[in-house]
Design a protein around this ligand. Structure first.
Ligand code: UGA
Length: 441
């Protein structure tokens, strides 16, 4: 189609910044991605990703080659070249649980100090309601100091991509949410997303900011609801896998995000639920449902560990092999991963812990040097008194489980993701325990 290209700059080359840059380049816009971290930029300029995401590096190489995508650590030059400027820097948790906006605010100030004409400034980072107003105030203030009279339009355009499926999600969004309050900004954003062929929802800036938190909070609540129910299934001899299958066939409920397990981790759900609870606290109201979802998630690993202990007895002196460390498969991200809580509890109870993960060992090694990390799952499983599956990597599910049976000392298999077939495992002679699968289930 006759889409005109837009000159875009993206500040921040983390997961979201890099993936969105690549998606815009794929839609034939001209993208310059900016980061103050020189090492990151020099890697990206050699088509090396600073994180693991299947298939993304190839696209990085492709669009750098086509001239649609370039990287720089020179903020001023990046800003000068673009009409639309995305803020995709991190918003980590402050000690009190609120979102730390210092990076966003610093970038806004720099934008105000460097911009040379009207621009649309878009937030991609997950930011609390009201951040758009703050950014506008900061930039306007800087422009005033410089005696400049042109204006700036603020847009909130939250990102819904999942790690491990980042490029697919960015290129094929189910919806695009655009919070904007001027016609000019709306037109630019529509052009930018024309090739996404997705429905666009236009809202106020504040509504768009809230939608992102609301979506993540709802998904997290779905998971915690099922994990809570799983506890009851264990006690009543029912099987959460069958129960959620039956629930999910109702289109009003839907089958997704109903998988029971050791809880949600990652850089988004834990942080965003906490930030939303914090926002509510500031407004002096309570959100009991979301609070409960967060509480269930925080106690789910302990619940599972108690069940393990009831099955195999004390951990003291036992060799336990942990399969999977990342917060989910297809990523090297171990932030807030339930595996970390498992390690913590095993070490506290004096177990000897061996671990294997296809991507996550480097990071965890720094936090828990006491754990023995092995280069293959089979090595990690040799002589184990119990196996705990914490991340459902394909490679782990596809192990030769009958060979594994010959390597371990005792046949305890604890599946924290309900990802293996219980009857197949029992047929091989394992004592298989999943989550929310009652003794009789
Ligand atoms: C999540 C959202 O799914 C994205 O839409 C959003 O853009 C992103 O956060 C973000 O805010 O940036 P992500 O954190 O990459 O994406 O991972 P998910 O696939 O949502 O999984 C989150 C956690 O929930 C994982 O630990 C996963 O194992 C767990 N989970 C997921 C379950 O325990 N059960 C389920 O049924 C689904």
């Amino acid at each position: 189609s006759g889409v005109t290209h837009v000159d875009v700059a993206v500040i921040g080359t983390g997961y979201v910044g890099t993936t969105t840059s690549i998606a815009f380049a794929a839609w034939d816009h001209k993208v310059i991605a900016i980061d103050s971290d020189r090492e990151k930029i020099s890697k990206l300029n050699r088509s090396v990703l600073p994180f693991y995401e299947e298939g993304l590096e190839k696209r990085l190489e492709q669009y750098r080659g086509s001239g649609n995508l370039s990287f720089t650590d020179d903020l001023k030059q990046g800003i000068a070249r673009c009409d639309v400027l995305f803020i995709a820097v991190g918003t980590p948790s402050s000690p009190d649980g609120s979102a730390d906006l210092s990076y966003v605010e610093m970038v806004a100030r720099q934008i105000g100090q460097m911009m040379d004409r009207y621009k649309v400034v878009v937030t991609k980072s997950t930011v609390p309601v009201g951040t758009g107003d703050k950014i506008k105030a900061i930039i306007t203030d800087e422009l005033k100091k410089r005696n400049l009279s042109f204006s700036v339009d603020i847009v909130s355009n939250p990102e819904f991509l999942r790690e491990g499926r980042a490029l697919y999600d960015a290129l094929h969004p189910e919806r695009v949410v655009i919070g904007c309050e001027t016609e000019t900004a709306k037109k630019v954003m529509a052009t930018l997303y024309e090739r996404a062929q997705a429905p666009i929802l236009y809202t106020t800036i504040r509504d768009a900011e809230m939608i992102k938190y609301a979506a993540n909070a709802f998904l997290a609540t779905k998971i915690s609801f099922v994990n809570e129910l799983a506890r009851l299934c264990e006690k009543t001899g029912t099987n959460i896998m069958k129960v959620t299958e039956g629930m999910g066939m109702d289109s009003r409920i839907g089958p997704q995000f109903l998988r029971a397990g050791i809880g949600y981790g990652g850089s988004c759900f834990p942080k965003d639920t906490t930030a939303l609870l914090n926002l509510a606290r500031e407004q002096k109201i309570v959100l009991p449902i979301l609070q409960a979802a967060s509480d269930v998630n925080q106690t789910q690993v302990t619940w599972f560990m108690k069940r393990i202990q009831r099955t195999m007895g004390s951990f003291s002196g036992k060799r336990i092999t942990l399969l999977g460390l990342t917060f989910k498969p297809e990523t090297d991200d171990t932030r807030e991963a339930p595996s970390l809580k498992i390690i913590e509890q095993l070490l506290q109870n004096k177990a000897v812990v061996n671990a294997y993960d296809p991507q996550g060992m480097e990071h965890v090694k720094k936090i828990y040097p006491q754990v023995v990390y092995k280069l293959t799952p089979y090595e990690a499983l040799k002589g184990a008194d119990a196996i705990i599956l914490a991340t459902e990597w394909r490679e782990i599910l596809d192990l030769d489980w009958s060979k594994v049976k010959g390597l371990v000392t005792q046949p305890y298999l604890f599946d924290g993701r309900n990802a293996l077939d219980p009857s197949a495992m029992r047929d091989l002679g394992y004592c298989y325990v999943g989550i929310g699968i009652g003794e009789r289930g």
